[in-house]
Design a protein around this ligand. Structure first.
Ligand SMILES: Nc1nc2c(ncn2[C@@H]2O[C@H](COP(=O)(O)OP(=O)(O)OP(=O)(O)O)[C@@H](O)[C@H]2O)c(=O)[nH]1
Ligand SMILES: [Mg+2]
Ligand SMILES: [Zn+2]
Length: 363
């Protein structure tokens, strides 16, 4: 008898009273006699050797509980699907559904350990994260919410025309991504919707980001830039983020014809997305590239950012900060500010400086 079977037998016997236990052994004895009488004499000798009465008790118990004792062990893995109270963990190529205790904050991409709890699995611990993309909790701004963990690249997806391009969201993502340690890639999707008139207007909005952020123009409709984007993320773990309806799921689908993430058209009147993706998912493509699809955001707040720290996340300020008279200059009200004079000379883009000032007053 195997060890787990012995444990199971012992457990089952412990819940029976003496009388029930005696009856069970009597039935086991009868079962043994019946089985032996059906066997040929030579078989009889071989089969009954090493088969004790306990083996027959076990046989009855297994038949009656209708269940083979399962060896439920603990394990480690990566969170590949995240719902409100539970998640799926990929562990040695198996998918394990786990509940999430209220005391633990789990993010997509997290490396976790899990263990049995009752007749299900539960997350036990989250390993330290190599990178994070965080924002304040929507209901309680003092709580940090990790949107994705352990990603190499965050692909910020924006679209032109429908939904229209909102550069201010790019500024905020840029800060949060640099802070969390991942690289950023800006994907400007739906460029097929641009015509001779709208093209220069929309592309001018992206001018301040040239040379600061890696960016690519793309379209899932006509295939523009898809190969380029695919090459930029190959072999890495990346998360697609942005407003609803900009085409995050469509871009991921364009990477691999086997993927069938749900997509839905934006409303005609407002050009707003329909919040089609409702839970984050991590997919592994054939070449090992890992892609996270996330639900569209309405807004993106900044998590716990200090006033003096903010300028670090505007890389184009760096060359001019040494011209500031005061070492702790916040580039707002101070005289003799190198950053402000660079803005005045057109060396730093005004919309970017205005974005900095807006965020600084909130910090
Ligand atoms: N014209 C055009 N439409 C596109 C393009 N890419 C996606 N779409 C359409 O835009 C709509 C929204 O696309 P989704 O992929 O569902 O957008 P999403 O960003 O995943 O949205 P959420 O899941 O709600 O956050 C769908 O109707 C797509 O077919 C594109 O390059 N050009
Ligand atoms: Mg989606
Ligand atoms: Zn300054």
């Amino acid at each position: 008898m195997q060890k787990e079977q012995q444990v199971f037998l012992k457990e089952q016997l412990s819940i029976l009273d003496t009388n029930e236990r005696l009856k069970l052994y009597k039935r086991a004895s009868t079962l043994r006699k019946n089985q032996q009488s059906r066997q040929k004499p030579r078989d009889d000798e071989r089969l009954s050797r090493g088969k004790s009465l306990d083996d027959f008790v076990l046989q009855i118990l297994l038949q009656e509980t209708g269940d083979v004792p399962v060896d439920r062990t603990s394990g480690n893995g990566t969170v590949i699907w995240l719902g409100p109270k539970s998640c799926s963990v990929r562990s040695a190529d198996e998918r394990v559904e786990c509940s999430i205790p209220r005391s633990i904050h789990v993010a997509i991409g997290d490396r976790v350990s899990f263990g049995p709890r009752g007749d299900e699995y539960s997350i036990v611990a989250v390993m330290p994260r190599s990178t994070v993309l965080s924002r304040p909790d929507v209901d309680n701004g003092r709580i940090e919410r990790v949107i994705a963990a352990n990603v190499d690249v965050v692909v910020v997806v924006v679209s032109v025309i429908a939904p229209p391009l909102h550069p201010r969201l790019i500024d905020r993502y840029m800060i949060a991504i640099q802070r969390g340690g991942a690289k950023m890639l800006l994907a400007i999707n739906k460029v097929d919707l641009l015509d001779g008139q709208t093209r220069p207007v929309e592309l001018a909005k992206l001018e301040p980001y040239r040379g600061i952020v890696a960016m690519t123009l793309c379209s899932t409709t006509d295939g523009t830039g898809i190969d380029e984007l695919r090459t930029m993320v190959t072999g890495q773990t990346c998360a697609f983020v942005g407003h609803s309806g900009v085409g995050k799921s469509s871009l991921i689908n364009a990477f691999d014809p086997n993927l069938q993430l749900l997509t839905r058209s934006v409303s005609v009147g407002y050009g707003r997305g329909a919040h089609t993706t409702t839970a984050s998912t991590l997919l592994r493509l054939a070449d090992g590239t890992q892609v996270i699809d996330t639900p569209g955001v309405r807004s993106f707040g900044l998590w716990d950012i200090g006033r003096s720290e903010l300028a670090w996340y505007f890389p184009e300020f760096e060359d001019y900060q040494s011209d500031c008279k005061f070492r702790n200059c916040t580039h707002s009200h101070e005289p003799a500010c190198g950053v402000k004079s660079a803005v005045a000379r057109g060396l730093i883009s005004s919309p970017r400086y205005e974005a900095y000032m807006r965020i600084l007053t909130l910090a």
